[in-house]
Write a protein that binds this ligand. Structure first.
Ligand code: RAT
Ligand code: ZN
Length: 416
């Protein structure tokens, strides 16, 4: 009977969604050769900036008291506030419990030192292998900023490419959002730029972009932008996009990733945890897509209010690929809501999720939660078909999930 076939289909979707290899197309993770840039282990997990802001809600001590602690002391403090004094029910806190559980630790013991001991005899290489195996993440795209001196050292010494599981994305926030800083960084690297938008400055910015795209073999160029980003305007950002970024991206056939809707440092006392979301104007993306129909744009937005409009925009412009449930949207209720209407509006022509992990082991919970939701939403869409007499084979389910979890990304960027 139909109900049995539907139950069987749902079981297949669930199994494949749980096990299908994933390409994680935006993270802040790095291979081992980047040394301390790759964060991993229990103290890094506990001091994740998502948890820092949650823990301050339970404290009245001055912010600087926290910042003056060692990392281990900060981790102890957060552990007490968010796990001992209160129940860890938020996405980020419960995610840590999922990590402990999948790593085979006893979550009932609540013994932080026992958890620390479990990491003590692991090498970073082992942990990378194990975590990627558990999370079934096969490819990881980094966030690569040439203005970060630690990171630059690796690239300039010819490194960065020994671990074939990792891919680069050239991140250029300050070129667009903090031009004076970019000018001084570029000058420091030997580029002949000045703050005025001179011909030589344009040439040199293009040379900088080109050299770093080639050096990193970058898959795309990326920026995060505030919600009040507008385009086209008579401003620095529009000139930079029109005369440097898009021409270089086109020359290398690279997509430009726009992550729109962040208001940086609304509370500077929280440092990295002090950024906020902000509603954006999708007509800026629309104008870009219309002006550059053969330039591809990977686009994500941070405000929930922008999500439906963004999915509709992707129906109008095939050079847009909507990706991920970004940052504050990376919570189960939002992932479900967004995935549902994205599949309803776009079918499987979307990249439903990226992890944005900053700490290696986060791959475990972020992908497990998302896989489950994406699978369930997809199965609901198939169920509708079954009720009309249309069935999907296991091979078709596999194909659809492959599109969502990896192929759409690689096809859109023109690789593989
Ligand atoms: O999600 C995050 O951890 C944020 O801090 C940012 O890194 C954001 O994802 C970004 O890439 O700007
Ligand atoms: Zn990020």
């Amino acid at each position: 009977p139909l109900t049995d076939r539907i139950a069987e289909m749902k079981e297949t979707v669930r199994r494949l969604a749980r096990t299908m290899p994933v390409t994680d197309m935006h993270t802040h993770l790095y291979p081992a050769e980047f040394g301390e840039l790759l964060l991993w282990g229990v103290d890094e997990l506990l001091t994740y900036h998502y948890l820092i802001s949650e823990s301050f809600r339970w404290s009245e001590v001055p912010y600087d008291d926290f910042w003056s602690l060692t990392k281990r002391e900060q981790a102890n403090w957060i552990w007490r506030k968010l796990f001992m004094d209160h129940s860890p029910i938020s996405e980020a806190t419960s995610g840590l419990i999922t990590i402990f559980n999948r790593m085979g630790l006893n979550t009932a013991s609540r013994d932080l030192d026992e958890y620390r001991a479990a990491w003590a005899d692991r090498t970073v290489e082992q942990q990378l292998d194990d975590v990627m195996r558990i999370a079934k993440v096969n490819e990881i795209v980094m966030t690569n900023d040439p203005f970060d001196p630690q990171e630059r050292k690796v690239w300039l010494s010819g490194g960065g490419k020994t671990d074939s599981r990792f891919y680069a994305a050239l991140r250029i926030d300050s070129l667009l959002n903090d031009w004076p800083r970019a000018v001084s960084e570029l000058q420091g690297l030997g580029y002949q730029v000045v703050e005025a938008w001179t011909e030589e400055t344009k040439d040199e910015v293009r040379r900088f972009l080109t050299e770093w795209i080639v050096r990193m073999d970058a898959l795309y160029v990326a920026v995060s932008l505030p919600g009040d980003f507008g385009y086209p305007l008579d401003d620095h950002r529009s000139r930079m996009i029109d005369e440097a970024i898009v021409p270089v991206c086109r020359a290398h056939a690279l997509p430009f990733a726009l992550m729109i809707g962040v208001r940086r440092q609304v509370n500077p006392l929280l440092r990295l945890a002090g950024d906020m979301s902000m509603r954006a104007d999708a007509t800026a993306v629309e104008a870009l897509c219309r002006r550059y129909p053969d330039q591809k744009f990977l686009v994500t937005m941070l405000a929930r209010e922008n999500q439906h409009e963004l999915a509709v925009l992707a129906r109008k412009f095939r050079n847009v690929m909507v990706f991920g449930c970004w940052w504050f949207l990376h919570i189960e209720s939002m992932v479900e809501e967004m995935t549902r209407f994205r599949l309803e509006l776009l079918g499987t022509a979307t990249i439903p999720q990226h992890s944005d992990c900053r700490v290696l082991e986060q791959l475990i919970y972020k992908w497990e939660h998302s896989r489950t939701i994406i699978g369930d939403v997809l199965a609901d869409r198939y169920e509708r078909l079954y009720r009309e007499g249309w069935q999907v084979t296991e091979a078709e389910i596999q194909r659809d999930l492959e599109d969502l979890f990896s192929r759409n990304f690689w096809t859109f960027i023109g690789r593989k």
